[in-house]
Ligand binder design. Structure first.
Ligand SMILES: *[C@@H]1O[C@H](CO)[C@@H](O)[C@H](O)[C@H]1NC(C)=O
Ligand SMILES: *[C@@H]1O[C@H](CO)[C@@H](O)[C@H](O)[C@H]1NC(C)=O
Length: 352
């Protein structure tokens, strides 16, 4: 009962707000200067694109998901860690004028096994240099101990050399969101990057309360977008009666939800409190949906292929290096080689 009337009250306030939308927006902006809805939708497009398995289309930014608000993005590094089934890219965008780093999440075919694992997953390693901070070994290693980290750091260096000290924004969905958080922290702590921004979608918890506290001081410009009943942000579990012993999200959550009146549905987003575990955001509902995990802001957040396989044409091989583990790294110098590459496509088109 109490919940229903609260919902109704919220609904009424929202309707009031709609009639007076301008004022509400201005108010939100002053409180949360760094949450920007347009930016969130742009970053969701990048987080969706990094799942694409056609490496030629992804590297040349011609895939069907490489469109809309991300048009003109220049990929300078694409890393495919074949051994661990991971994928990420680094590139430079015009709006926002920033280096964008994106990480792919887990492949869909294994999502149930993955969810079961997450239910029982212990905090299993200490985050180096942060007393009492413990994190999830698998997420930590996926970023720190695979081909991804060295390739990404190298690409960031190259981009900065060419474009100067522009902002770095890190994004990712699901496990890719967890990796984005570790990357943002690594750039801040170990690479002296300033003002790094992190925006994740449907991200699981990655560490304990001590870790969340260090993290939020070091990378304050972090937004964790959660969607409706998405199950993954509820995992690994948080036990409110053991707040310091279990996993604990870092702030700041932005929860996407809908309000229904009969057949009418209003989409809303809630900017949550600074605790990381705001009980009135996604924690106010049961996290029981996979489908809410697989779509954010209307963008598909899963692979177009059910395995770790990938496609590429011989044309992009010239940009790639394969290590002993079979992992692939495609790279090119900022700006200059973009032209060379598009010429290449034209030529190969004529030849065929
Ligand atoms: C929000 O982000 C978009 C995309 O980067 C940008 O064009 C716009 O100016 C931003 N708005 C504010 C108020 O910062
Ligand atoms: C994993 O990465 C961390 C940090 O980058 C490093 O300190 C550690 O030695 C690595 N561990 C292994 C097993 O490679």
């Amino acid at each position: 009962m109490g919940k229903t009337s609260l919902l109704l009250l919220t609904a009424c306030l929202c309707l009031l707000a709609l009639s007076n939308g301008r004022e509400l927006k201005a108010k939100q902006k002053s409180h949360h200067a760094f949450y920007n809805h347009t930016l969130a939708t742009i970053l969701a497009e990048y987080a969706s694109a990094v799942y694409v398995s056609d490496l030629t289309e992804l590297f040349s930014w011609t895939c069907s998901r490489c469109d809309g608000l991300t048009k003109g993005f220049e990929v300078i590094e694409l890393v495919v860690d074949v051994e661990h089934c991971l994928q990420g890219f680094v590139g430079v965008a015009k709006d926002p004028n920033a280096i964008i780093i994106a990480f792919r999440g887990t492949q869909e075919s294994s999502i149930w096994n993955w969810i079961e694992d997450l239910f029982w997953k212990q905090l299993d390693i200490n985050y180096p240099g942060m007393p009492d901070a413990m994190v999830h070994y698998g997420f930590y290693h996926a970023y720190h101990n695979t081909t991804l980290r060295p390739a990404i750091l190298d690409a960031v260096r190259r981009a900065k050399k060419f474009y100067g000290d522009i902002q770095i924004i890190v994004t990712g969905h699901s496990m890719g969101g967890a990796m984005a958080a570790f990357c943002g922290l690594d750039l801040t702590v170990n690479q002296n990057a300033q003002d790094v921004q992190v925006m994740t979608f449907g991200q699981p918890r990655v560490g304990n309360a001590a870790f969340a506290s260090y993290y939020s001081q070091l990378v304050p410009k972090t937004i964790r977008v959660t969607n409706e009943h998405d199950i993954i942000p509820h995992l690994p579990p948080y036990y409110s009666y053991f707040p310091h012993k279990t996993y604990h999200h870092f702030p700041r959550e932005v929860w996407l939800y809908s309000m229904r009146y009969g057949s009418l549905v209003y989409k809303a987003e809630k900017i949550c409190d600074s605790s990381g575990e705001d009980p009135s955001c996604s924690r106010s509902v049961s996290g029981n949906s996979i489908s809410d995990h697989l779509i954010y802001f209307g963008f598909p957040m899963h692979s177009d292929s059910s395995t770790c396989g990938f496609l590429m044409d011989p044309h992009v091989l010239g940009y790639s290096v394969r290590d002993q583990g079979g992992n692939l790294i495609f790279s090119r110098e900022p700006a200059a080689s973009l032209l060379e590459y598009s010429n290449g496509i034209e030529n190969s088109g004529k030849a065929s």
